[in-house]
Ligand binder design. Structure first.
Ligand code: PLP
Length: 379
C-alpha cells in the first residue's frame, strides 16, 4: 500500500525517535543483566532506577512505589488480584465500572470465581460513572475500587478526584487503569488520592510489551509471578532494560510536551468532528464532549457497520477502529457504547478515530473526504 494515514493512536503509537535512540545501547553494548554484580550489570541497574524516577516524577510519587511489568494488562492484573488477595482478611468486595477494559473486567470475573464479590457500576449517556451509585455500592467488606481514568473506546474521563475522595474517606483502596490517560492528562496520584495506577508505554510513544504499576507505600499486594527477587520481590523476571529505559524517556517527553501536544490533537479532533457534523447526516457522537481525551472521537455512522467502515477506510490507506469485538466468529457491537444506553444500531456503527502527534490537517481532510465518499456509496 502506497499511502498509510494513522488514526488509531489509542490502539498503539510509534516509538518516538529520541526514545528509540536511548533504548538501542541496551540491546547491544549495554546488554548486562541488572542483577549481576559486575560493571555492565550495575550500569543496567542504574538505568532502571533512572527510568523509575522519571515515571515516579511524572505522576508525583516516589521511585519505590513504581514496579515494572510487561504491559498494561499485567499491571491491571497485578494490582487488582494482588491487592484483593493480600487484603482479603479485611473483606472480599470490589467495586468497578461496567465499561472497564477487559484487563480489569476479566480480572474481576476471575476473582468472582475465587470467592470475591464484585459490583459493576453503571455509566450515564456520556459514559461517566454515577457517584451516588458508587457510594451506595460501598459495603463494610469493600476493600477495593477500580475505575479507569479514561475509556479506551469513547475517551470519557471519569471524575477521578471525587472517586479518590470517596475511597479515601471510607478507607478503601483506589486503583485506576490510566493506560489511555497517562501522556494525555497530567496525573498526580497524591492530589487525586490514587493508591494504585496502571500504565503502558506503547500508548505514549514508548515500546510495546512494557508496563508499570504504581502502588502507594504501605498498601499490601501479593505478587502474581513467582521466581526471582526482581522488583523488590513483587514481580519476578529479568528486567526488560531497553523497554524500561524507553518507557522512562517516553513519559518524560510526553509530560514535557503535554500542553502543546494536547492543543494540537484536540484541534485536529475538533476539526474532524465539525466537518463530519457539517457534511454527514444520521450520525451519533458517542461519549462526553467535555470530559473527553483530547485525541479521541467516536462517531456512529448509522446504516454502516463500524467493522465495514474500518475495512473500507483501510482500502483507502486509513487506519481507524471500531469498538466491535470478534467473538466465536461473530462481530459483536461495542459493549461500552451499549452501556451508555445507546441502541444496538448506534453501537454497531461506531467508528473510533484517535489522533496523535504525527497527524496533520491534510490527513484530517483526507479522512473526512474518505468517510463522506464511503457513506454516499454504501448507505
Ligand atoms: N487498559 C486500557 C484502558 C487499554 O486501553 C489497554 C490497551 O488498549 C490496556 C489496559 C491493556 O494494555 P496493554 O496493551 O499494554 O496490555
Amino acid at each position: 500500500m502506497e499511502k498509510m494515514i494513522y488514526f488509531d493512536y489509542a490502539a498503539t503509537t510509534p516509538v518516538d525517535e529520541n526514545v528509540l535512540r536511548k533504548m538501542i545501547p541496551y540491546f547491544s553494548s549495554e546488554f548486562g543483566n541488572p542483577s549481576s554484580v559486575y560493571d555492565i550489570g550495575k550500569s543496567n541497574k542504574v538505568a532502571i532506577n533512572m527510568a523509575r524516577k522519571q515515571i515516579a516524577d511524572a505522576i508525583n510519587c516516589s521511585s519505590e512505589e513504581i514496579y515494572f511489568t510487561s504491559c498494561g494488562s499485567e499491571s491491571d492484573n497485578l494490582a487488582i488480584k494482588g491487592i484483593a488477595k493480600a487484603n482479603k482478611n479485611r473483606g472480599r468486595h470490589i467495586i468497578t465500572s461496567k465499561i472497564e477494559h477487559p484487563a480489569v473486567l476479566e480480572t474481576c470475573n476471575r476473582l468472582e470465581k475465587e470467592g470475591f464479590s464484585v459490583t459493576y457500576i453503571n455509566v450515564d449517556k456520556d459514559g461517566i460513572i454515577n457517584l451516588n451509585e458508587l457510594e451506595k455500592a460501598i459495603r463494610r467488606d469493600t476493600i477495593l475500587i477500580s475505575v479507569m481514568y479514561a475509556n479506551n473506546e469513547i475517551g470519557t474521563i471519569q471524575p477521578i478526584d471525587e472517586i479518590g475522595r470517596i475511597a479515601r474517606s471510607r478507607n478503601i483502596i483506589f486503583h485506576t487503569d490510566s493506560v489511555q490517560a497517562i501522556g494525555n492528562i497530567k496525573i498526580d496520584v497524591n492530589k487525586s488520592n490514587i493508591d494504585s495506577l496502571s500504565m503502558s508505554a506503547h500508548k505514549f510513544y514508548g515500546p510495546k510489551g512494557m508496563g508499570a504499576l504504581y502502588v502507594r507505600k504501605g498498601i499490601n499486594f501479593q505478587r502474581q509471578q513467582d521466581g526471582g527477587h526482581q522488583e523488590r520481590e513483587k514481580r519476578a523476571g529479568t528486567e526488560n532494560v531497553a523497554g524500561i529505559v524507553g518507557m522512562g524517556e517516553a513519559i518524560e517527553i510526553a509530560n514535557r510536551e503535554l500542553k502543546g501536544h494536547n492543543n494540537n490533537i484536540k484541534y485536529l479532533r475538533d476539526l474532524y468532528i465539525k466537518a463530519i457534523v457539517n457534511r454527514i447526516d444520521d450520525i451519533h457522537i458517542n461519549g462526553s464532549l467535555e470530559n473527553r481525551l483530547p485525541g479521541n472521537a467516536n462517531i456512529s455512522f448509522l446504516g454502516i457497520k463500524g467493522a465495514k467502515m474500518v475495512e473500507l477506510l483501510n482500502q483507502k490507506g486509513i487506519c481507524a477502529s471500531s469498538g466491535s469485538a470478534c467473538s466465536a466468529g461473530l462481530i459483536k457491537p461495542s459493549s461500552v457504547i451499549l452501556n451508555t444506553g445507546a441502541s444496538i444500531q448506534v453501537a454497531d456503527s461506531a467508528l473510533r478515530t484517535t489522533f496523535g502527534k504525527y497527524n496533520t490537517i491534510t490527513d484530517v481532510r483526507y479522512l473526512v473526504d474518505s468517510i463522506d465518499e464511503i457513506v454516499k456509496k454504501y448507505r
